[in-house]
Design a protein around this ligand. Structure first.
Ligand code: HEM
Length: 396
């Protein structure tokens, strides 16, 4: 029996020794906290994420027991997001936004992403120092996603608190004591804010994603609940994850000088290198599924209602899938990582995240090529699912 919570202190810093034990110890492990089956190996993780018997809907229709954490408005909100929807609702909603995130549409955002990255680095250039997360890795994706949704720059400060609270609500199995109330407040405020945005766009549509969604014809019309579920998920999912990609990548380059020199010598290698960085230090470490029926998964009998935790970050270090998995190696061929998940729920924003990651690294390495660590030990956020740094101070 594995109790992941007992190992938390070391887990924030370095989960990889535990991951190795789990991979070597078997294909499925029961864990008391978080309660469910841990699936550590790459082949099994891919199979779990693609298995139609394993859904994401916690209500276990029709009529099964309900493994909800609580029956609050928070839980209702969760159930309205793509993350926690099974077919057919999932496909209907996902199709409504898919067009905005295709590689071709995303490529059109490149000049704007680059301009924001340049502007953020210009602001710190004279200082000789930057705190990578708050000066660069956080504001870059937030501004991109806010522009995509049509949220004005003067409201950006509101998004941070809401998004931080909702990220934990959506994905973290350990939610902390007393945080529920704060999250309800954030959710209520965010809902009121977006209802205003929806009403304004209905009256005066603009060239943004929200206008496209609210002004659809009657056969495609979404309810306000569905709209809010979509928009709030895009905001949260496109936010801390990409911050973590940039922060984790820069730390990986600081710790691997040879790999860093390889990229510095030929910056056109950066876009492909982003996939190796996603594999090596995955921003999302875990994806959850719920067995919708009694069945066998990864050689293990599981019962209807059981939770399964597909350990993405662990699978991405599986030697069966990646030779010498603990080496950051930009010469690897096709990196078939599961950092964006797989199957029906595969990340909607993968192209955008890859582009933002590549533009961020290209701009940083060109503008501040001599950046160095200005810390003794990096401080990781105390989270199990979203792996990222609290801060990453640099000198240049
Ligand atoms: C490096 C950055 C990112 C990583 C590592 C990441 C990772 C993931 C993963 C692992 C999933 C699947 C979860 C599951 O199967 O349960 C997912 C889903 C999703 N991601 Fe991302 N993501 C990133 C960036 C983004 C961005 C930029 C956006 C939006 C603009 C986004 C929007 C979504 C959405 C909407 C889903 C739910 C899709 C569905 O359920 O059908 N993500 N992401």
């Amino acid at each position: 029996m594995t109790d992941v919570s007992a190992l938390q202190e070391e887990l924030w810093e370095d989960p990889y020794p535990l991951y190795r034990l789990l991979r070597e110890g078997g294909r499925a492990h029961w864990s008391e906290r978080p309660r469910g089956w841990l699936i550590p190996r790459h082949a099994d993780v891919v199979a779990v994420l693609r298995d139609p018997r394993l859904g994401v809907d916690r209500r276990l229709r029709p009529g099964g027991q309900c493994p909800r954490d609580s029956a609050s408005i928070l839980e209702e909100q969760r159930e309205r997001t793509l993350f926690f929807m099974d077919p057919p609702d999932h496909g209907r909603l996902r199709n409504r936004v898919h067009h905005a995130f295709t590689p071709r549409r995303v490529e059109e955002l490149r000049p704007r992403i680059r301009a924001i990255a340049e502007e953020l680095l210009t602001a710190v250039e004279a200082r000789g120092r930057l705190e990578l997360i708050s000066d660069f890795a956080y504001p870059l994706p937030v501004r991109v996603i806010a522009e995509l949704l049509g949220i004005p720059a003067h409201d950006l400060h509101l998004l941070r608190r809401w998004s931080d609270d909702l990220a934990v609500l959506l994905v973290e199995p350990f939610k902390g004591e007393g945080a529920e109330e704060r999250r309800e407040t954030s959710l209520t405020e965010m809902r009121a804010y977006f209802e205003d945005v929806f009403a304004n766009r209905r009256k005066a549509p603009r060239d943004d994603l929200v206008s496209g969604l609210v002004c659809a014809g009657p056969e495609d019309a979404l309810t306000d609940d569905e709209l809010f579920g979509l928009v709030s998920l895009i905001l949260v999912a496109g936010h801390e994850t990409t911050t973590n990609l940039i922060g984790n990548s820069v730390l990986a380059l600081l710790r691997n000088p040879e790999a860093r020199r390889f990229l510095a010598a030929e910056p056109s290698r950066i876009p492909r290198a982003v996939d190796e960085l996603l594999r090596y230090e995955s921003p999302v470490q875990v994806a959850q599924r719920i067995a919708q029926q009694d069945c066998e998964v990864a050689g293990q009998r599981v019962q209807r209602g059981d939770r399964l935790y597909a350990l993405l970050g662990c699978a991405n270090r599986d030697p069966e899938a990646f030779p010498e998995p603990d080496r950051l190696d930009f010469r690897r061929g096709d990196v078939r990582h599961v950092a964006f998940g797989s199957g029906l729920h595969v990340c909607l924003g993968a192209s955008l995240a890859r582009l933002e990651g590549a533009v961020a690294l290209e701009t940083l390495m060109r503008r501040l090529p001599a950046f160095k660590a200005d810390f003794e030990k990096p401080v990781w956020r105390r989270r199990l699912v979203l792996r990222g740094l609290e801060a990453l101070p640099l000198r240049f």
